[in-house]
Design a protein around this ligand. Structure first.
Ligand SMILES: C[S@@+](CC[C@H](N)C(=O)[O-])C[C@H]1O[C@@H](n2cnc3c(N)ncnc32)[C@H](O)[C@@H]1O
Length: 407
């Protein structure tokens, strides 16, 4: 297999933007894919996957290539060469790199792979934290699973179409999908494809959403006609699913701290034909007070470390800091105590995160249940989903019910 010059240069430029200019990998990948209109799907696949792989394996590749940050272009070339050798490509002969012969690269790879944090290419602090919280054995399999490329999963927008119709439309475009047991709205792409370019997407027939993320709205047990509050709606992946399950009947209030995120949600809701959503920027405590004990269902999809979704966001390995996780745990306690008050007696609350750390998940829920407001809730059930067990993203969700009578 030969490496094409402009694909490789595009990859190096992208890595420079991610590592040296602090840009987000997904944005850089999206921009890079537009660079050359002549590229076919395999060229685009090469660019996207290579960028993600080198971001994912940054620490390991840098150690093998014996380069340190900040990476100048020569260093990026050396890391690229490591990637090429380990993936069975020849190092491009038009960019000979001295001092990194194949044998040396493979030898260093074998040697360094004996240390888990290097083998799995994560910061030492993250390795220690994962092992402390999940135990050595579970963490080792979990981080290995989260280093695998993510599958592309669609959520069929049942406000507009059905799974079978969408499947047939995609099949006509040579996009082959498979269904998932017990996940009526999910379709898994058999091969990567840019589904955002399809008319079906532009018409709002589906959203791209991980299979386990799709479990959350169903877990909340929403029904048409209810009043539902999604307190940390963000750009609305789960809000839109809830809207579909509510069949546009009832009231769905989407809240977030950031107007920019709710704006994105509005655009998506319009495309999806979701009409029962109201938007509230949380700019004062008044908003919460007004909703006191008013909602049948409340979703707290809390801000978290994201240590369940590294497959999808490999650059988070390098952006996350332990202090951020300490701080986010405090935010999680606060949002639980504050937003749970919105649930009416007899109503239900789901607390969810895309983290696999017990300290952000079941420990938060256990602590909440000892607070004054928490004592007004019964714990119904929870689901701790590891990427290594499910094949999709790591998630946590707990279902609580507010007691009818205050004790
Ligand atoms: C896990 S993300 C939400 C993802 C979104 N629910 C989805 O399914 O696409 C958490 C969200 O919480 C928001 N957030 C952070 N602190 C918050 C707070 N105190 N109150 C409400 N939202 C908050 C963030 O802006 C972010 O959009």
């Amino acid at each position: 297999m030969r490496l094409h010059r402009n694909l490789v240069y595009t990859t190096i430029d992208a890595l420079n933007a991610i590592f040296n200019e602090g840009e987000y990998a997904d944005k850089v990948v999206a921009r890079s894919l537009k660079k050359d209109k002549r590229w076919g799907s395999s060229d685009r696949k090469f660019v996207a996957e290579t960028i993600y792989e080198i971001v994912r394996w940054k620490r390991l590749y840098a150690e093998i290539a014996e380069v340190k940050e900040p990476f100048d272009r020569d260093n990026l070339w050396r890391m690229f060469s490591v990637w090429a050798v380990l993936r069975g490509y020849p190092i491009p002969d038009w960019r000979q790199l001295e001092g990194t012969p194949e044998r040396k690269i493979k030898g260093r790879f074998d040697e360094l792979s004996k240390v888990r944090a290097l083998k799995e290419s994560i910061p030492d602090w993250m390795d220690e934290l994962g092992a402390k919280e999940l135990g050595e054995k579970v963490w080792a399999t979990e981080i290995a699973a989260q280093n695998q490329p993510a599958k592309v999963i669609l959520r069929v927008n049942t406000l507009k179409t059905t799974r079978e119709v969408l499947r047939a439309i995609l099949m006509d475009l040579d996009i082959d999908t498979e269904t998932l047991k017990n996940q009526p709205d999910a379709l898994v792409l058999k091969e990567r494809a840019n589904v955002f370019l399809t008319d079906a997407f532009k018409q709002g027939f589906f959203e791209v959403q991980d299979a386990n993320s799709q479990l959350v709205a169903a877990f909340l047990d929403v029904k048409p006609g209810m009043r539902v509050v999604d307190t940390c709606a963000g750009a609305g992946g789960k809000t839109l699913h809830i809207a579909a399950l509510m069949e546009n009947k009832g009231q769905l209030i989407a809240m977030d701290l950031y107007e920019s995120k709710l704006k994105q949600l509005k655009i998506r809701a319009k495309r999806d034909g979701a009409f029962n959503i109201e938007y509230r920027i949380i700019d004062s405590t008044k908003i919460i007070k007004k909703l006191h004990e008013k909602a049948d269902r409340v979703l707290i999809d809390a801000p978290c470390s994201g240590l369940g979704v590294l497959k999808r966001n490999p650059d988070a390995k390098w952006k996350l800091q332990p202090e951020f996780i300490d701080n986010i745990r405090k935010v999680q306690s606060e949002v639980l105590e504050s937003y749970s008050k919105i649930v009416k007696p007899g109503g239900k609350l789901v607390y969810a995160t895309c983290s696999v750390l017990p300290s952000e998940n079941q420990d938060q829920v256990a602590r909440f249940l000892t607070t004054d407001i928490g004592k007004q809730f019964n714990f119904i059930k929870d689901q701790k989903i590891l990427a290594s067990e499910s094949g999709f993203d790591g998630f946590y969700m707990a279902l609580l019910e507010r007691k009818e009578q205050k004790d």
